[in-house]
Write a protein that binds this ligand. Structure first.
Ligand SMILES: Nc1ncnc2c1ncn2[C@@H]1O[C@H](COP(=O)(O)OP(=O)(O)OP(=O)(O)O)[C@@H](O)[C@H]1O
Length: 599
């Protein structure tokens, strides 16, 4: 329950919703209780006057008594109707304040969670799966909303109604009131237990449902693999198995519910029978009127709904507390990467690594060991090495996606940690190894890093990335939609759109993480030629596997197992006669053998 204290600030913020809300609950309940008394009076009117009416049988006066009688009943009916209408109006206001407040809190919380997620670093996203992140921002917030809205509303409602009804009952007759209320504790306890059971079963169903939807989602994403391995029948069987478990759980829940409602009605019926029996005795002894019995029956029925709600409300509160705990766990997390305060006035693009070591915190893999190098402003640097040697890690550290374990990284002679993070990252044009394009138009994908953009700039970036011709061949050109609702680009086209996205920023440092792998050599040359022109005087870093891509670099860094083993220009490295030369010769041999087979 202590986790729900977090929500108090929202109650305070929306105090002018909740205070009137409580007021409306009280008024609506008063107008809900008074009709019972009017019904009691109407009942008394009937029992007292019916004999008089029969006494005048055969006389002309009987019709006058009849019209008086029916006029009074109509009058009582009208009063009850008006009272219920007023109650209805206040119920409307009650929902318009409390439930509306809950929607505002839901909105605020979702925004706060999303904003907080944005601040957390890459490591956080690696540690937590997407499903969990989504659930906390949607399902958990929804459960909390059920607490700040319906649960609070029904709790206040039940408390007020209980107070009003019980005091009205006792003001009429204490004995009858006590007997009427006797079955209620049994009802409350039964509801509590059955509700716990229902809750447990619902949770199981919910879990099974998420298992089922994750299964379906994954199989839809991997439909190509399923079809090519002819695993349709197998997946069908697994799906049927999961569905069967879901069906079984649901049927279990239906059974409990089927048992619950009749039991509840039985207990309410028992209350009514007791009211009639004990009430009848009291009428005979003259302590109450027959109208009071009618009044009590209305009270008992009015109590039924709030009592059944009690169990439900308890569940809502328990669930909300569990959800709020999960939400708080994330909200209390501090970002691993904290922005520095130093403003980079004139950005040059000098990068220096000094004895840098880094271990990924989540896997414990040491990706870099004592790495030192310097890339000067305007240089074209290349990083090469076997897969898993730490190339992408270098790029991650340059962008300060992670902080180093030991050693220093300096940018323009300032420790990277001192720089303001946003403006610094804005200076970098990064093209990741795994291209990610949003389900949006090509234009918006290219212009992603900028707030405002001209069509000409987008076209120029596309030209420089050698993808312009491909784009204008689509019917909608730059307005072509990508992703689920749009077209699918080829691997090479995706890479080039991603390159255009980095180039349009006119960055101070450009980092290409092996993003030319799906591009043919001719297009690669064209892109590299364009880069030479655009990045003149600026720093470019190319991570690559093909030596042909990087042989013109000013400096080539050769990584192996997280360490720099060789460093220099293409010529210098060849002269070293080491790993680089071996790699180069192997690649030359591969090229020769492919050309030979092609011939
Ligand atoms: N986010 C991560 N969390 C944990 N370990 C990681 C992460 N990224 C990479 N690693 C590990 O760090 C090591 C270096 O990986 P890195 O991606 O830097 O290599 P790479 O040289 O870029 O490889 P490739 O050429 O295959 O892209 C690998 O052993 C890898 O398993």
């Amino acid at each position: 329950m202590k986790h729900l204290r977090f929500l108090n600030k929202y109650f305070y913020k929306y105090k002018w919703w909740i205070i009137p809300g409580i007021f409306f609950v009280i008024i609506s309940n008063i107008f809900g209780v008074v009709p019972a008394q009017v019904i009691g009076h109407a009942f008394n009117l009937i029992t007292e006057n019916i004999q008089i009416y029969h006494l005048f049988a055969g006389f002309e006066r009987q019709s006058i008594i009849y019209s008086l009688f029916s006029y009074s009943l109509f009058y009582f009916g009208a009063i009850v109707l008006v009272l219920y209408l007023i109650r209805g109006l206040f119920l409307f206001f009650m929902r318009q304040t409390i439930i509306l407040m809950s929607r505002h809190i839901e909105f605020d919380m979702k925004n706060a969670i999303y904003a907080h997620y944005q601040k957390l670093s890459l490591g956080f996203y690696r540690r937590n799966n997407t499903g969990d992140l989504m659930n906390r921002a949607t399902e958990d917030v929804n459960r909390v909303r059920m607490y700040v809205g319906p649960a609070i509303m029904y709790t206040i409602n039940t408390a007020v109604l209980f107070l009003l009804i019980i005091s009205s009952m006792y003001s009429v007759n204490a004995t009858l009131a006590t007997f009427c209320l006797l079955p209620l504790p049994v009802l409350v306890v039964t509801i509590y237990f059955v509700n716990t059971l229902i809750n447990k079963k619902s949770e199981e169903i919910q879990q099974q449902l998420s298992r089922l939807s994750s299964f379906v989602q994954e199989r839809f994403s991997g439909i190509r693999v399923i079809k090519s391995y002819v695993r349709e029948d197998h997946t069908k069987k697994v799906f049927a198995g999961e569905s069967e478990a879901y069906k079984k759980n649901s049927m279990g829940l239906v059974k409990v519910q089927a048992f619950f409602y009749p039991t509840m009605l039985l207990l309410v019926g028992l209350s009514t029978i007791l009211t009639v029996y004990i009430g009848g005795k009291q009428v005979i002894s003259g302590s109450i009127t027959a109208g009071n019995i009618a009044e009590f029956i209305v009270y008992v029925n009015q109590l039924t709904f709030p009592v059944t709600m009690l169990g439900w409300v308890t569940t809502l509160i328990q669930r909300a507390a569990a959800s709020q705990k999960r939400i708080n766990e994330f909200l209390e997390l501090k970002p691993d990467i904290v922005s520095g305060t130093m403003e980079l006035k004139s950005f040059e693009g000098n990068i220096r690594f000094d004895q840098v070591s880094f271990t990924y915190p989540d896997t414990g893999i040491t990706a870099l060991k004592n790495v030192s190098f310097e890339i000067k402003k305007g240089q074209f640097a290349a990083i090469i090495g076997r897969t898993g040697s730490g190339k992408s890690t270098l790029a991650n550290l340059m962008m300060r996606m992670y902080d180093v374990d030991s050693g220093n990284i300096t940018i323009d002679r300032h420790p990277i940690k001192n720089l303001q993070l946003g403006p610094y990252r804005n200076q970098i044009g990064f093209v990741p190894q795994e291209v990610f394009l949003f389900s949006d138009t090509i234009k918006n994908n290219i212009a992603f890093g900028l707030d405002q953009v001209e069509q000409q700039e987008v076209e120029m970036a596309a030209r420089n990335a050698a993808v312009y011709q491909n784009i204008i061949n689509f019917d909608l050109k730059f307005e072509t939609m990508l992703g689920e609702r749009g077209i699918t680009l080829s691997g090479g086209q995706k890479q080039r759109v991603s390159i255009a996205r980095a180039l349009i920023k006119e960055p101070g440092i450009l980092i290409f993480d092996d993003c030319l792998s799906a591009v043919d050599t001719k297009t690669e040359e064209e892109i590299l030629g364009n880069l030479g022109r655009i990045m003149k005087g600026k720093t470019s870093i190319l991570i690559a596997h093909r030596i042909s891509t990087i042989k013109n670099a000013d400096v080539i860094i050769v990584l192996e197992d997280g360490q720099i083993i060789e460093q220099g220009t293409h010529q210098e490295l060849l002269e070293l006669n080491g790993s680089y030369k071996e790699m180069y010769q192997n690649q030359l041999l591969e090229e020769e053998s492919t050309t030979a087979t092609e011939l």
